[in-house]
Ligand binder design. Sequence first.
Ligand code: ADP
Ligand code: MG
Length: 917
Amino acid sequence: MDSALGPPEEMAEKRDELTPMMRQYHDLCSRYDEAIVLFQVGDFYETFCGAAERTARLLEIALTSREDSTGEYPMAGIPIDNAESYIEELLEAGYRVAVADQVEEPGETSGVVERAVTRVITPGTLTEDELLASDDNNFVAALSREGERLGLALLDVSTGDFYATSATAAESVADEVSRFDPSEAVVGPDAPADLVPDGCMVTPFDARAFDRERAGEKLSAYFRNPDALLAGDAEIRACGALLAYAEYVRGGEHEGERGDDGDDDDERVDAVFEGDADHRLEYITQLTRYDPREYLLLDAVALRSLELFEPRTVHGRDDATLVGVLNETASALGGRKLRDWLRRPLLDPARIEGRHDAVAELKGAVQRRERLHEILRDVYDLERLIGRISRERANARDLRSLRDTLAVVPDVREQLADADCERLRKLHETLDPLADVRELIEDAIVADPPIEITEGGIVAEGYDEDLDDLRSTARDGKQWIDELEDRQRERTGIDSLKVGHNSVHGYYIEVTNPNLDSVPDDYQRRQTLKNSERFVTPELKEREDEIVSAEQRSDEREYELFCEVRREIADEVERVQGLAEALATLDALVSLSTAAAQYDYCRPEILDRDAGQHVEIEGGRHPVVERTQESFVPNDARLTSDRRLAVITGPNMSGKSTYMRQVAQIVLLAQVGSFVPARAARLAPVERIFTRVGASDDIAGGRSTFMVEMDELATILREADERSLVLLDEVGRGTSTADGMAIAQAITEHLHDAVGAMTLFATHHHPLTELADDLAAAFTLHFEVDQDDGEVVFHHEIAPGAATGSYGVEVATAAGVPESVVDRARGLVAAAADEFEASDADANGDADRVSADIDGSDRESDGPTSGSASEPTATATADGGDIPADVAAELRALNLAHLTPVEALTELDRLKQLLEE
Ligand code: ADP
Ligand code: MG
């Protein structure tokens, strides 16, 4: 157990003897034993004992101690004013944080100030703007099991976005988890925690939250008929438990009863189940139940290799992603919407074309588009704003931000007033300017309010009569005091008489020593200074009391009014969310059309779903690569049911991987509703995209084992069908050539004969091109390169047919490998070719077939067992030299599949040195 968590041992031993405050701390730690408890003491959040030692180290803050009659305890504190940045660091270090605030004013009680956990901050349930990325959702997941079925619920606590789905296959659930990429998960009894990806915190939560009955009740508190909404008990369990968890982290407990003995761990969870309306998160108003099959399915591997959200290369630029290219949104709302669309591309042609219509219209209307973008810049994050308002965490500035956003809605509507397409017309209809809410805020809240909500200065003049009265009393009093100086100077004849104010003594009249004789009788001495005396008069005292009490009461009244207004707005949560949704959608559409215009994308033609397999791209480009390099060569692609499997060959670096990815990305973008980087495209919606990158090509991803590769392939062979688009990039490389070739061939045949998926297979196994000639719906494509004076020239142009060689060695020249090494490599290639030809001819008597497509990097033998004809003594090389037995043996033992290119070159260099010796 982590010593920073749970009740400190040195306190637990003597809990009953602790001072009341330390007992409180101890008990809160034992209740919230999965979190570091930040315990408010005045202006600081303190931690003690093990937690203090840990936080002091992590946060680089001073470790002090607190001593009382029961002992001395290590202590470390962070200033409350600046707490968020420290909390962020604790979260990054993998901790959850329970914030225990003083829930009583120190003056209100004679004993120790009551404290309660007002929120538990965990990675998946953040609502603090400072801790959240603005244009990305932050999900917490719940996983449940009901018999065979696995339920998955996902909630963004900051926005109220809430999804549910379920499946029997663990893989499908895992795919959905990676789609939403939650930062935290609660896992129910028997649910597989291993579906939670790396980097996602698994949080223990009361198993009873997943009970069918409890979960059902919790759901009913939010949604009218959860049983009809959700498909089955697994989903109900997951959703109900997740709501309970979301309520739990909000604290909420301080409103209710709390027992004295801190051992009762379940109490706080129970509170969440008591149906107490106080706990309800009012802004969670919608639950989207979906079937994974309703969207284009992208598993974790595809998400990564198609560069949707994360750059593929370690050294890649941050914006080298699809979302980076397409994101021209003006607001956080739009940014999140765009990501959501990318995460869940559509299948239904009508819906897809609905978005295309809107993008087309906006793309053409340059001025309108630019104007909309301008206006949308002034849109605040309404979803998180209304969430805060509903959780009673919004301040007066938040309300004004809401007002400012509402103020732009009429402008937005005007821009859409004569929209042609249905999607935009509908948006025009839905955009509710919420005039009543706007008016309320304008009437009630001043234009530039302070952050503090308890110190006045928030509520506008004329909104409330009582408040106005209090204010005018205070004002009049101050006015009276302002004039007092003149009056008293006149009265006493003391020209240097001054009226002042200080925080200890309040208002005073100051008279310098030489004038003391002229002081009237009603002056009462207050304070003696070196050169002067300070006085008050009964009248001044009275006025002062009046002012102070009026100001105090007016602050209180303002706070009251503010809370009323906030509640009133909170009642409109669904309308605000509706508006947020409409603005988000518009922003995303404007963004897509801006990208389309900027990068010269075309509108893809979407075929009916019964059109069968059809991917036809003219002059397609890779949306990310074309942004990161100077010139890009467009290429065509055409896959149909009778030509659906392409075997692609070509030297390294000729453009195979880029080509395959661009085809998939164009399909994906089209189904997102975006225009695509191509001259023209006709596409029938695809239901799943699988991509597999051979182990040796993805070393950076840390997935370099052959086992993983085969495991992923197995999934494709099981799950792909004719509605799938499959990209195989150099699979079968993590093993010997013979095995790799055999596997590649078997896979190709299976995909062709049994699965029927549209497939692009980039391979260095040239014999596969022969196979493609034999399979009815398969064909070959290749990238050609030219050699100019021994230098390779890449054209990046795809053409029908198979490539003639791999040019691997020439690429090494181009990359600046020393000439001597390259020469030697040429020699070795030739030798290996001879050897391979000989052994291959022995094996199948078909030397001609393979001799045409010698590929140096692939013809490596797999050690002495590979059936090499030569003896390990001396081998003839192309330039006639001899290779000593030891070098030859080393060469044979070399497993190129397990070497990176750099390692291979280093190895080559070493062998050469060996030869020269
Ligand atoms: P391969 O998979 O055949 O080894 P890649 O697809 O990885 O080759 O491409 C290697 C590099 O060539 C890419 O990083 C890119 O810079 C460039 N490239 C690829 N395709 C094109 C193209 N169509 N136009 C211009 N450059 C390209
Ligand atoms: Mg490649």
